[in-house]
Design a protein around this ligand. Sequence first.
Ligand SMILES: Cc1cc2nc3c(=O)[nH]c(=O)nc-3n(C[C@H](O)[C@H](O)[C@H](O)COP(=O)(O)O)c2cc1C
Ligand code: SF4
Length: 426
Amino acid sequence: MSGQEINSRSINSQSIKSVLLHPDSQGTDLKKWLAGNGGAGIEKALSNPDNIIPTIREAGLRGMGGSGFPAYKKWQFVSDQTANPDKYLICNGNEDEPGTFKDACLLSHSPNQVIEGALITALANQINKIVFYINPDQETSLANIRYAVEQWQASDFFSRIEEKLATQLSIRVMESSGHYVGGEETAAIESVEGNFPFPRGKPPYPATAGVHGCPTLVNNVETLANVSHILRNGAKWYQALGLDECSGTKLYCLSGDVVKPGVYELPMGTPLSDLIYIHGGGMLLDKKLKAVFSGGASSSILTPEDIDVPLDFDSVHERGSSLGTGAMIVVSEGTGIVKRVTEYVNFYAHSSCGQCPPCKTGTFYISQLLNKINTGQASSVDLESLINLCKILPGSGRCHLLDGAVKIVDSSLLHFADEYKSSLKR
Ligand SMILES: Cc1cc2nc3c(=O)[nH]c(=O)nc-3n(C[C@H](O)[C@H](O)[C@H](O)COP(=O)(O)O)c2cc1C
Ligand code: SF4
């Protein structure tokens, strides 16, 4: 497909309401935030904490860290835990997946909306320990969130929240290890405890036993950033922001072979065609679209046939892929898919924490085979081995890293089999 193609879901760019990237949401100064979009959400939350979870439920807020899990469900599990005096909230800003750079944008440019969201979340779930868990490479995010947290701690809101919680509220801003796997929720819990981020087996789930055995809620930065706006403007307002049945807006990270890469806040359910051809300015050098690595680079590849797919969790899932973090890496004709997939799998093999043998050896072998194929040194037997590994490996790791690595290989074998065959040794 070349040029613009707009389908029935397309929206007039004039009618797009930005919320998280709205100018009133920007800045590190708490006073400025309170004079604009801030403060009203936490006021409503303080006036009726029991109404927070029902509001989030009605709004239809989904987890933006990759899974799209309904936020209220996880919150309800944590809220129901009453035996332990301590509960944790980890605001997950590890963000190390290829093509994903939205959380850094929120943390560095608009930390107050993330913090207000986290405070409301703590109130809803009787959480007394908040940890901002941030990638150490994001120096501006770390500095700005620290600066903003200090202002909140000195504000009247803070003591009012402590009063409602009937206990002291602690906030810690910590650097994650920076490993990609450290963003997995149980790995984040290990990190907060001071350990290497090895993902844990589940159950127990974090909601019942997380940091030091305490109930723990792990939410993505973008998920929490939406919370103050929902409380301030109401569930119906949030629902109406999305297209068709979808609620809210989404931060899409557009990168690769497009004219204008960047972070775009658009209604949830915006078609892929709009993102690339309208907001992203189209394909670089007017080349044809070849593929899109969706959801970061850990989901099945989308092809030009999927150009009309609405970018929401359910619709992308129906196409056999996933929205994930909302990262779309665009690839144009002329780019070798085998080379691209090899680069991503090298990253996953390097990122495997190594505690599950099928992941440690599986990602290593897949990476070896791909490197062999990519450099024209592989035989058809090597290709067969790659195909077989993609059949036996899924589901044999503790976390999604292994499955994500296999998905891009498997889907590239499905859609670009000819490229693999033509890369073999003659
Ligand atoms: C290997 C791996 C890395 C992950 N990295 C992140 C991350 O950097 N940030 C994030 O929010 N979620 C990440 N996740 C997803 C988390 O496990 C978890 O689902 C998420 O933080 C929950 O937040 P949400 O419900 O708000 O989406 C990762 C998952 C895996 C398997
Ligand atoms: S699947 Fe891989 S990254 Fe995940 S816990 Fe197992 S070895 Fe570690």
